[in-house]
Design a protein around this ligand. Sequence first.
Ligand code: NI
Ligand code: MN
Length: 229
Amino acid sequence: MSNILTWYGHATLGLKTGDFSLLIDPFFSGNPASPVRADDVAADFILITHGHGDHVGDSVAIAKRSRATVIANFEICNWLSKQGVEKTHGQHLGGGFMHSFGYLKLTLALHGSSMPDGSYGGNPAGFLLTTNDARKIYFAGDTGLFGDMKLIGEEGLDLAVIPIGDNFTMGPDDALRAVKFLTPKVVIPIHFGTWGLIEQNAAEWAARVEEEAGAKVVVLQSGQTWTLA
Ligand code: NI
Ligand code: MN
């Protein structure tokens, strides 16, 4: 089986793992970096890290149209149910579940999580996915640096997808420190360049990380795919 990742700009990702299509934080409408429209994507599962509008994004519309199961914290799942999303699976920090596409655990994230309409969105999260071919992928979500990234790194990461944009999340310096804690084989930076406020030089950051942390950095262009070997 294969694991193919697509970056749609900002924090929006697609993952084709084996026969399953996952969307993570599907923010297409209003995302200036997205190369596709929400109407043109579908998924079996939608994973949402936290309640902010640039992460919940088009989840409701895509879930209804493609009958996807949405996985998020319990509070976000309740909110989605009220919007008419039929299939949700609530989890919470530290808890894992064996889904059809792999074992998914919710991890700590230092951030906020209010919903687009201001209602309570529970705690923000990251995702640690163990695929059915035993690959470990960490999606940090929106987060500041935290020391327990070391514990996540102990799991042995094939890939870490982390924010580097600064202002709302880790910036380049803290993201470099995060890579040292996480010790992944490969790092993909996201949550930068969408707007001027989070503009970063990803190529420069990649060179620093490869030099100082010894991880391979893959800088994707929006719409580009990358296959986990
Ligand atoms: Ni956020
Ligand atoms: Mn965000």
